[in-house]
Design a protein around this ligand. Structure first.
Ligand code: EMZ
Length: 386
């Protein structure tokens, strides 16, 4: 198996049962594995709610490490609808030409730096700095702020020793609290400033609500984007013909990013709390238990995707759910897609050859299933186009 192979961990269980239990900190989760069930349940926000105790829909559950409700992620309609409408336009800014040019500058600068070095560890030297510097564009704040976030490492709630690191999480919360106070003292046109001026239900957003949006913005698009970028580099290293094809045929980038994100599914699943008892593929989901919508499994469902385990860069029909589905579909998807597109474009224009020197896989443990989601480290060697 090559370094860029990401096996379908759920294949057999998806076919045999469709649902699989996972015991998460004594608050078990029934993982829904079939595309049809995942989409239907994501759509059914009345039976499967997001607005439970903050942190409970995340797997592993974060109830022990935070109280702040992430917005709009942990709110249900009708409140969700108004919150989402408040932030929707801001999260569409990545479509502006100046924003795209900003992303291009970030990626080109980082690539030039590592191309001069030749051999690097891709996460620390490319994926993390690109993700963090790109985030300054989404927040509309000075780029130097990214240095602080880079120092936090890949995940804001997890560390090397622990899947749930409360001390680490506290660093993010304290940081956001302090930033909010700074912007209250000196209003600006950053995401903080805009949210502090926004009105929800006819009154100003509270500090806690603003914090809820910011925590989501920091946490949701961090390890996911980092994994996507790193995995893409592993793929390009093992498929040099793809580098040439993407360079010669820029249109291919549009389908390629959707296919790569389907194949990698950087977010394995997201939970819901059962508000009304429901049966799904023979599993009776009891009230106040948890289910999860397994995007990674749905994205390999052979009932929907032809040749699901192959990366087909020009795949035509690709209704993947890598960004979720329904009411809560990823708010950051526009930013992520622009980043993914610009990355493929700039990378294939600058890099002639890419080799993996050493790879340490990151395998997630979901009880019965072990899933490769990315890498703990990926050492690569890059050769520039002369
Ligand atoms: C939550 C989640 C959002 C969670 C779209 O996903 O991302 C996870 O990485 C965080 O741990 O708190 O923000």
């Amino acid at each position: 198996m090559g370094v860029s192979d990401f096996p379908d961990a759920f294949k057999d269980t998806r076919a045999a049962k469709g649902v699989c239990p996972f015991n998460d900190q004594n608050d078990p989760v029934a993982m829904l594995l079939r595309f049809k069930d995942v989409r239907k349940s994501a759509h059914d926000y009345k039976s499967f709610i997001s607005g439970a105790q903050p942190g409970r829909i995340v797997v592993p559950s974060e109830v022990n490490i935070r109280d702040t409700r992430q917005i709009p992620f942990e709110v249900d309609p009708p409140e969700h609808t108004e919150y989402r409408a408040l932030v929707e336009d801001w999260f569409k800014r990545p479509l502006d030409a100046t924003y795209e040019a900003g992303l291009e500058a970030v990626i080109a600068t980082e690539l030039d730096r590592v191309l001069a070095k030749g051999r690097v560890e891709a996460i620390a030297e490319l994926s993390l700095p690109i993700q963090s510097r790109a985030l300054t564009l989404l927040l509309n704040i000075p780029m130097k702020e990214a240095e602080t976030w880079i120092s936090w490492g890949t995940h804001v709630f997890r560390s090397e020793d622990s899947d749930l690191d409360g001390d680490k999480a506290a660093i993010l919360y304290d940081y956001i609290d302090a930033e909010i106070d700074k912007v209250i003292a000196n209003p600006d046109d950053s995401l903080y400033g805009v949210l502090l001026q926004s009105e929800y239900q006819g009154r100003k957003m509270t500090k806690e609500e603003v914090k809820g949006v910011l925590i989501l913005t920091f946490a949701g698009g961090r390890d996911t984007i980092i994994n996507y970028l790193t995995n893409t580099m592993a793929y390009l290293a093992e498929h040099p013909e793809a580098i040439t094809e993407l360079r010669d045929n820029p249109e291919l980038v549009n389908t390629a990013i959707e296919e790569l994100v389907r194949y990698f599914s950087p977010l394995t699943h997201m939970g819901r709390v059962v508000a009304q008892e429901k049966e799904v593929s023979g599993h009776v989901a009891k009230e106040d238990t948890r289910v999860s919508l397994c995007w990674a499994s749905a994205n390999r469902d052979e009932a929907v995707f032809e040749n699901p385990n192959a990366v087909v860069l020009d795949r035509k029909m690709n209704p993947h759910v890598a960004f979720g589905f329904g009411t809560h579909k990823c708010l950051g998807a526009t930013h992520a897609r622009q980043l993914m597109k610009v990355f493929l474009r700039v990378f294939t224009q600058k890099v002639a050859k890419l080799t993996v020197v050493n790879a340490v896989e990151n395998i997630e443990d979901w009880g019965e299933h072990q899933r490769k989601v990315g890498f703990d480290s990926l050492e690569i060697e890059l050769n520039p186009i002369k």
